[in-house]
Ligand binder design. Sequence first.
Ligand code: PLP
Length: 387
Amino acid sequence: MELSPRVTRIQPSPSTAAAQRVRELRAAGHEILDLTVGEPDFDTPSSVKAAAVEAIDRGETKYTPVNGIPQLRSAISDKLLQRQKVRYPVEQITVGGGAKQVIFLALMATLRTGDEVVVPAPYWVSYPDMVLANDGIPVVVQCPASDGFKLTASALADAITPATRWVILNAPSNPTGAAYSVAELRALADVLLDHPHVMVLTDEIYDEIWYDDTPIASLVEVEPRLVDRVFVTNGVSKTYAMTGWRIGYGAGPSELVAAINKLQSQSSSCPSSVSQSAAVAALTGDQSFVSDAVAVYRARRDEVVKRINDIPGLSCTSPSGGFYVFVSCGEVDDEKFCLELLESQRVAVIHGAAYGAPGHFRVSFATSNAVLTEACERIARACASKG
Ligand code: PLP
């Protein structure tokens, strides 16, 4: 079959491919310790599940408004007020089938052939391919460990050209867990103020999975003059263990949100009605699920970081947020190392090149302590056998 260039120029998501490989090996009878997981190992809170059942019983099983039910957009507006210190009117909020779909539609709504999108590396695996699928050019900017894996103001200034349409900032980052301080955002904002043609997409899907004492900073709070050029994306997947419910959202300039709604009206029509009611319950209900989950993640993070740094040849910093540790394996070929780890020790991790950062691999600690402890021991064994 002849496929479109937009499909042939992209790759399937490496994280989805890794998950598939784990499934295949398990189906063949192998016991695999899976550290590739990009989702909480907790169940969705029971109050959220109950809200979905109630929505079904009330007959809320039909199409909803394209951009999501008003109650959900109002709950999102409250959440954004708390987080960004900006009151987004509900008309400037759109709900889609996961943050992934919202980001994809934002790029589809804005990119013209050859438009550039600045993607700081290490990046979430999907950004470059999403840009390519929508006829843009990903401009990958390497952000080394010495810069905390973060985009600096001077690297941003160097990357911007007249063709730049977007800069994507993801904090806390998948895969590094890094997030920008107020001072770092201030410096980036100063560059952005000099380049009014550039929009910023801030992917904040891990914002509630946060370990530092200082609250996570927000670009629009640091520089309110950027509010009309920032598109904030987030969702309920990671915070409330709701990856399968597929609810994400975006907030930003009216024209962009209207364009996304137009695309959604001609593609999925609307997000799942039942999932939207569940998301309202998640956002407006008791938030103790989140703090309890963060406490568990924090203990795992500390344990994994310690164990990894005890292994000769490996090193990592402690992530400020999210549930991943990005490990340096020095000069070792990361892809080969990860393959050997899987074949010889039955431990699955994702190689750094998938995130635009060879010489690393990503460990997810969204799994049980027992699995993490055993996996770290096996990783140590794999490293020892390499000498
Ligand atoms: N952004 C980042 C950085 C992610 O890691 C993920 C999921 O892995 C997403 C967005 C997508 O989340 P959702 O489930 O809302 O589509």
